[in-house]
Design a protein around this ligand. Structure first.
Ligand code: SF4
Ligand code: SF4
Length: 451
């Protein structure tokens, strides 16, 4: 066993001992409600930190007793709403561990956000004057066409399905983006509710974005089921251009990256979720991986999964590590299409508890400019356009004017989404880093709340 493995084993044993002792305190009716609450919150914090990475054997009997104990605490009147939410998520976490010996990344993220809200921590979220004038991310849906039918996506319900943006309008949008000051970095995503590789003009659009502005970048998100040979060649030739790399602080970064959303490692699960051929997708990914291996394509590829289940998260990670070692791997929290898609809304609220902590968060997507194939501008990446928020039309107005109006309408003064207009005030979207509140800090947070 290597030193690292020994260290990890020692840490796991220490964690398990702490879990057992905290679980005993949570179940000990001789202790006061406050003491049991403190132990339960610490238990949830510890479990959430390592149960999405490591398998954990908790006896079903203990799990059901703890679930019952959490329910009792939730029902006890003096508890604050914040505690109730964490305890409800804790129940969800325990049920996941009981079913899979692990919890999902999505549950971990929801717990992190609840603890963040409980502790009143300051979010690492800053905006500049420029953010009010120019977007950070621009989505251009040149074609509202996708070959998949993912259950968590609104694609099937789009009225604009099949709409194609004219090249003239794409050029109008790109021209207006050149008004962004040259030192500002921004990302163009040449898709929205669409599969970018179904767009014959994808290579040309990417080239225009990179050549038009010295700090623009392109980010492509594809399902990898249809990869046009010509487009791939165009992307490869783009990566050989002199202006393909850019300095960012002390790093040199590529100006184009591709995320392939594979989502499942099992053929049946994949085909049920995406309604696409797994074999075809895997064969495309194999081909692209071999291009990276032969150094014909730089290492700009990531494979992603929306986390719904811990065992599947783990299997997925091991598939990527073993089959695609040159690709990066990313898990996403399950997000909701701002309440328009029943599948994702229900999965998010499957424990029947509204996640009020999100209302204390800001949102980086307030600085999106998302243009749909019919020219209409959406609030953000999570607004599929199924509902019309009447923000503006990029075909008939300057896109930066629309962006500035949107920011004025949706950005709340205190930068907390709870004070924003709907749908932001009820939104549970979150991607990015969020530190877990360590169990050792929980006693301090509770003391402060009680005084
Ligand atoms: S999630 Fe992406 S791949 Fe799936 S249907 Fe929607 S647009 Fe297509
Ligand atoms: S809070 Fe939600 S709806 Fe509002 S901009 Fe952010 S992701 Fe979009």
């Amino acid at each position: 066993m290597s030193t690292d493995q020994k260290k990890m084993q020692k840490q796991n044993t220490a964690n398990l001992e702490e879990v057992n002792s905290l679980a005993n305190d949570s179940l000990n009716l001789k202790l006061s409600i406050n003491k049991r609450l403190e132990s339960s919150l610490k238990l949830i914090s510890i479990l959430s930190c390592f149960s999405y990475k490591t398998k954990l054997d908790l006896s079903p009997n203990k799990v059901s007793k703890l679930v019952y104990a959490f329910e009792e605490l939730i029902a006890s009147k003096p508890l604050l709403v914040d505690y109730q939410e964490i305890l409800a998520l804790g129940k969800h976490l325990l049920n996941e561990i009981s079913a899979n010996k692990m919890s999902s990344y999505t549950t971990k993220k929801n717990i992190d956000i609840s603890f963040f809200s409980l502790s009143g921590c300051k979010q690492d979220f800053q905006i500049s004057e420029e953010d009010l004038l120019y977007p950070r991310i621009v989505q251009i849906e040149s074609k509202a066409i996708c070959n998949a039918k993912c259950s968590f996506c609104d694609y099937d319900d789009l009225i604009r399905k099949g709409t194609i943006m004219s090249t003239e309008m794409i050029d109008k949008i790109l021209n207006e983006l050149t008004e962004i000051p040259s030192e500002r970095t921004f990302v163009v995503e040449p898709y929205k509710i669409s599969e970018p590789f179904l767009e014959e003009r994808l290579g040309t659009i990417c080239k225009k974005v990179i050549d038009m502005h010295q700090n623009s970048r392109v980010s492509i998100n594809s399902n990898a089921n249809f990869i046009r040979e010509k487009t791939l060649e165009e992307i490869i030739s783009l990566t050989r251009q002199d202006n393909f790399y850019i300095k960012s602080g002390t790093f040199v970064v590529p100006r184009l990256s591709i995320s392939f959303s594979l989502n499942e490692s099992d053929q049946k699960d994949y085909e049920r979720l995406m309604k696409l051929s797994f074999k075809k997708t895997i064969s495309n990914l194999d081909k692209i991986h071999s291009l990276v291996e032969k150094k014909e394509l730089p290492s700009i590829i990531k494979i992603t999964r929306v986390s719904t289940n811990a065992t599947k998260d783990l299997k997925f990670k091991s598939l990527v590590k073993s089959r695609y070692p040159l690709f990066r791997f990313g898990l996403f929290k399950l997000n909701d299409w701002i309440g328009t898609n029943e599948f994702s809304s229900e999965s998010i609220r499957s424990d029947g508890f509204p996640y009020l902590s999100y209302q204390k968060l800001g949102c980086r997507r307030w600085f999106d400019l998302d243009i749909m194939a019919n020219g209409k501008v959406a609030i953000c990446c999570m607004d599929s356009g199924v509902r019309d928020y009447n923000i503006g039309n990029a075909f008939s107005e300057n896109i930066l004017d629309i962006y500035r109006r949107k920011v004025r309408l949706y950005l709340p003064n205190d930068l907390k989404r709870g004070s924003a207009k709907p749908p932001c005030n009820g939104c549970t979207y979150f991607q990015g880093p969020m530190k877990t509140l360590k169990s050792s800090k929980i006693s301090y947070v509770l003391q402060r709340k009680n005084t």
